[in-house]
Design a protein around this ligand. Sequence first.
Ligand code: HEC
Length: 115
Amino acid sequence: MPSRRWPEAGLAAALLLLGLAILLPASAAGPVSPARQAELRHLLIHDCGSCHGMTMRGGLGSPLLPSALEGRSDALLVEVILGGIRGTAMPPWAGEITEDEARWMVRLLRQGGLP
Ligand code: HEC
């Protein structure tokens, strides 16, 4: 009976979608998409790097190497990135990046090895 094949195809498609729904969030590593991660990495090296140094060793801005950030909490760093530091050259980035994205950047900075 050829018509019996369609429900099977539908079931297979449903299982495939279910599999994707389970696998995709795990591979995306949090709320920041891989494409956006690439953009943020570029932003860190080129925009933040214009003050902090392309390798985060410091320049006009302070070093952002893992060792330099050891004493700072994630919450403080996220706040600084989003809000800037008043009275200094550190600008607020809240219009360009979200809190989740700032958190992801802090994780990347703590890993080190940029660019
Ligand atoms: C125009 C220059 C400039 C740019 C661009 C810039 N910063 Fe800064 N940033 C500074 C300066 C200057 C300081 C130090 C301010 C102070 O405390 O005297 C600073 C401080 C910081 C700190 C605090 C470090 C610490 O040890 O407490 C973080 C984190 C930081 N910047 C992250 C970033 C990130 C991430 C970007 C890009 C999204 C960025 N900055 C872009 C100038 C800049």
